[in-house]
Design a protein around this ligand. Sequence first.
Ligand code: CP
Length: 313
Amino acid sequence: MILTRKDILGLKDIKKTEIEAILNTAELMKYILKQGNKKTPHLQGKSVIILFYENSTRTKLSFELAGKYMGASVANISVSTSSVAKGESLIDTGRTIDVMGADVVVIRHPISGAPHLLARHVKASVINAGDGMNEHPTQSLLDLFTIKEKKGGFEGLKVAIIGDIYHSRVARSNIWSMVKLGCEVSVCGPNTLLPPDLEKTGVNVYNNVEDAIRGADVVMGLRIQKERQRSGLLPSIDEYARYFGINEKNIKLAKKDVLIMHPGPVNRGVEMTSIIVDEDRSAITEQVTNGVAVRMALLYMLTRRSVPDESIV
Ligand code: CP
């Protein structure tokens, strides 16, 4: 299957077959990563520019490592010390990067739609590494990769996503992709943190965490996004933890072999207890590991604009 799109901006408008092709390529990339020498020549002669207007540890580092492992020239633009701080627009910054010959620009931006705007004005492929409250497609792809690895597939899988759905770009990308792949998705959070018309996306909506978790194959907690919250949406963090936190008691309602996930960073004791974060069924550290393989796959596929066969290994 050929990946013909120039950019990865979100999973709402991506085909199921494209997601499957990306996950298959990531599997080959993970195989490469398990070898002693992680270096591959697949991106030799290519350049990857990382342009983050928001903080990040996992996404930024994993894109940087993914590019470097495959031999690309990788450059980070520090927004606070670049000409962005002098008022340069996103489009002008993008054009500046473009004329220096960038092949891929990875952007994180606090405004929903910023990567889409950039993509329309540059020749380089653009990857959305998180835009405002809209989407975080590469996080969802690594979540899907982790689920596929652990559960073998998606059809009929019961996934419960718990937390601040309203502000979560991870929730949005996962809802679009998981429903497309045949999962039965339930979301749960306080009424003030649930967007209107959620049911129209094909998910079940709960206000009670026990109801959402009951019988789940996968339970995913979401970070309480203090930086995006207008005051008054939550009575208190303690109260949130008491009523919506994932803990040793309510996790018993899920299937025995439940997969526990969180995109990170985790507010331990808020979205989930430390015992849940660190227990055997938690895949939170594997999600981070898999992020590198998934991002390698995306960089490779976008610079080739085609899906490789087994010969890349
Ligand atoms: N999950 C995630 O996007 O983490 P970072 O903010 O550390 O990149």
